[in-house]
Design a protein around this ligand. Structure first.
Ligand code: NAP
Length: 279
């Protein structure tokens, strides 16, 4: 089977490696000719081009460009495709993408692999990136069943764990566990930089160890990605941030009132809740 990948970066390039190792013939299209050449040289794709028409013979196409380009790229791509082609995307936000593409292409299934690194571009692509990682698919009642089944088989071949949900449910869930943490972690760094005594600030920077490294990691990452999360998942993220602010106020009040018993009860219930997300 021919599989197309549009956008040969971290996710697209990684998909290429694993799909080829499963015996699929992988056709890659990217913006830059140099990326196409690198993808071929690295073995991530069988063929590559900057021309969308290369994807005309693909039975399934993964759209792996930055979020803002997914819909415009599909709009250009569909002129080259036969009606049987299945299109899926890997964008980190689902509702706006599914809403825009579903009316354009009936055999579209939204998707989001919950895997990645902080690096980007074809050189950052990795083999086995999706093994044992969640992979969300968001078909609706009108999505053809055979298209879902074909895509499911391909995603399963990557070693990923498939979850089905509505696009809006996906966006709310990732706002809690991915987008809110970025904003909380970014606020942490800003707050620390607000220390007014330069000697104390320098000391804090020298003393910062694994705890600060863990809690500041996602907030100190790629700014473009953070802005895209906020822009494309604005409503869900605002809801999560407001709930977070409410919880932060509760902690402030407990500490101000020296209510150590309630504070300990809260921290204990968090200690029990954390493995529900991490294990
Ligand atoms: P990335 O490494 O920056 O790759 C995106 C690639 O898209 C670039 O390498 C670029 O290729 C290509 N591209 C840009 N404009 C294009 C165009 N007009 N036509 C064709 N190709 C174009 O980004 P990524 O991390 O793989 O993210 C890609 C998608 O995956 C995003 O939608 C993101 O939401 C989603 N995602 C990311 C992660 C993560 O952790 N990074 C996880 C899950 C899902 P050139 O080199 O040719 O310019």
């Amino acid at each position: 089977m021919n599989i197309g990948i549009l956008g040969l970066g971290l996710i697209g390039g990684s998909l290429g490696y694993d799909l080829r190792s499963q015996g699929y013939h992988v056709l890659g299209v990217s913006r830059r000719e140099s990326t196409c050449q690198t993808a071929i040289a690295l073995g991530s794709v069988d063929e590559a081009s900057v021309d969308l028409s290369l994807l005309a013979t693909a039975e399934v196409i993964f759209i792996c460009t930055p979020i803002a380009l997914i819909v415009p790229q599909v709009e250009q791509l569909i002129a080259h495709l036969s009606a049987a082609t299945i299109i899926t995307d890997v964008g980190s936000v689902k509702a706006p993408i599914v809403k825009a593409i579903s009316p354009l292409w009936s055999r579209f299934v939204g998707g989001h692999p919950m895997a990645g690194t902080t690096d980007s571009g074809i050189e950052a692509a990795q083999k086995n990136l999706f093994v044992d990682r969640p992979y969300v698919l968001t078909p609706d009642a009108t999505t053809p069943k055979d298209a879902i089944a074909i895509l499911e088989e391909i995603v399963r071949s990557l070693g990923a764990k498939i979850y089905y949900c509505q696009p809006e449910q996906h966006d709310r869930a990732v706002s809690w566990i991915s987008h809110l943490p970025v904003m909380v972690s970014a606020s942490l760094i800003t707050a620390c930089m607000g220390e007014t005594d330069p000697e104390v600030l320098k000391l804090a920077q020298n003393l910062a160890s694994s705890g600060f490294r863990d809690t500041s990691r996602v907030g100190g990452g790629n700014p473009e990605l953070g802005v895209m999360m906020a822009q494309y998942n604005r409503q869900a993220l605002l809801g999560s941030l407001q709930q977070y602010r409410h919880n932060l106020d509760e902690f402030i009040n407990l500490i101000a009132q020296e209510d150590w018993t309630t504070l300990e009860a809260k921290l204990s219930s968090n200690q029990q809740a954390r493995p529900l997300f991490t294990e």
